[in-house]
Design a protein around this ligand. Structure first.
Ligand SMILES: *Cc1c(COP(=O)(O)O)cnc(C)c1O
Length: 427
């Protein structure tokens, strides 16, 4: 079910007309639906429970980088979510949002000493380590603070996720993970280190995957490695299968989370039954986009219509600094008029005010527009606000969370003074 639907000529978020948010708060504004976030998280949690992975048998660690607003983190935390973080900043965010440190896993290729110290001081659940030097650094720091660091090694299964090259991470040539053929040797190194407790395998092959075949192919490699490790006296507590399930931006048909998890758990159960007398192993997931992507839109207003010789432009008040995905990945987002007009549409490029030709949000869309109209840029909940910048000294958009027919401001609009408050002039 989608929570951004038209009633009559007006576009709604849940039971609230989007125009009402724009009237009260202005634009550009990110609008998230609480019901959509909840539904998308529960698709994972319920599938885990349906396959006998209630308490402790599975953990969904929401990928914070996809949308890190405190209210979003708090809501997901209250639903039982863990968190996959990629920086010390994200750790502090999760804690500020009331997240449980025992459910935090720390991913990323470049963890600093300071970030490791911070994470160890909160005794997070697990570090996803991506190299031998990182293992040594983590061992030394854990020793210096008198802690054991629980570790998964992120292995690179060399499967093709068949997604955009910028968001594909599981191929040999990617900077991510430990090459599959080096995995056993790397596990041995970790196993020998006194302050490292090797507890799992981690694998994340890419983002916006529509088919689960590459994920299940990666699972086969992970199972094979777990068996090898077992034979070498290294016994694991969990498998972390990563995130990556895609969403519908246009007419894509991503695999349903429940179907993917059913196939995955069936395979894992069969493996455990055949080899380990049914002994359980905990399963972790790191979904981002599939939880927040379709739970948010970017609300923007048309400033000007320009009818050029070969193109029509709708110049809107949101720009590439607010939503970077089109400029960065050539990404396609749906565009809907908040109030549908009874006029014949024209083909428009929807562009922002930033001084770059790459500043476009959508191209060649059939829209009936007047200056001042509101547009909703659809499916903007993931990698929207978190990738926003202040380019052109543009304050970042406000964010609101809709619940039924009401909304709460969950981030106020940035003012120009906020943007240069940390700067100083020298004599
Ligand atoms: C970005 C990322 C994710 C989330 O990916 P989605 O495609 O948003 O589900 C999960 N794990 C890691 C390590 C990531 O970098």
């Amino acid at each position: 079910m989608t929570y951004f639907e038209r009633r009559g000529d007006a576009l709604y978020a849940e039971d609230l007309p989007l125009a009402q948010i724009a009237a009260q708060l202005g634009t550009p504004t990110y609008v998230y639906s609480r019901a959509a976030l909840t539904q998308n998280f529960l698709a994972y949690a319920n599938a885990c429970r349906a396959h006998g992975r209630g308490d402790g048998g599975a953990l969904v660690c929401y990928s914070v980088k996809s949308n890190s607003n405190l209210a979003v983190l708090n809501l997901l935390g209250k639903l039982g979510s863990g968190f996959d973080i990629v920086s010390g900043g994200e750790l502090l965010r999760v804690l500020a949002a009331g997240g449980d440190p025992k459910k935090i896993i720390f991913s990323g290729v470049g963890k600093s000493e300071e970030e490791m110290r911070l994470a160890l001081s909160h005794d997070i659940l697990c570090f996803n380590v991506e190299s031998i030097p990182e293992l040594h650094r983590l061992n030394a720091i854990a020793g210096s603070v008198g802690r054991q660091a629980r570790v998964s090694l992120r292995v690179n299964p060399d499967v093709d996720a068949k997604t955009h090259p910028y968001i594909s991470t599981g191929l040999k040539e990617n900077k991510f993970g430990i090459a599959f053929e080096d995995a056993l040797a790397t596990y041995r190194v970790g196993h020998e280190l006194p302050n490292i407790d090797v507890t799992g395998i981690d694998c994340h092959i890419g983002s916006q995957l529509l088919d689960d075949a590459p994920l299940l192919e990666a699972l086969e490699k992970v199972i094979e490695l777990a068996d090898q490790l077992h034979a070498n006296g290294i016994h694991l507590h969990h498998l972390d299968i990563g995130g990556g399930i895609g969403i519908t931006y246009d007419n894509e048909k991503p695999v349903a989370v429940a179907d993917y998890l059913a196939r995955l758990f069936t395979r894992i159960d069969r493996w455990r039954a055949e080899k380990y007398g049914g002994a359980p192993i905990s399963i972790m997931f790191e979904p981002g986009r599939s939880i927040v992507g379709n739970a948010g839109v970017l609300l923007t207003r048309v400033e000007y219509l320009k009818h050029g010789a070969s193109k029509n432009f709708a110049v809107v008040d949101a720009a590439m600094n607010d939503l970077m995905r089109p400029a960065m990945y050539d990404a396609w987002h749906g565009v809907q008029s908040v109030h549908r007009r009874d006029a014949s549409p024209l083909a428009y490029d929807v562009v922002g005010p930033v001084c770059e030709s790459g500043d476009w949000l959508a191209r060649d869309r059939q829209l009936a527009l007047e200056p001042g109209d509101l547009l909703a840029i659809m499916s903007a909940g993931a990698y929207g606000m978190t990738m926003a910048s202040n380019y052109n000294t543009r304050g970042r958009a406000a964010e609101v969370l809709v619940d039924g027919d009401r909304f709460s401001v969950i981030r106020r609009r940035e003012q120009a003074q906020d943007l240069f408050a940390l700067e100083s002039i020298v004599e």
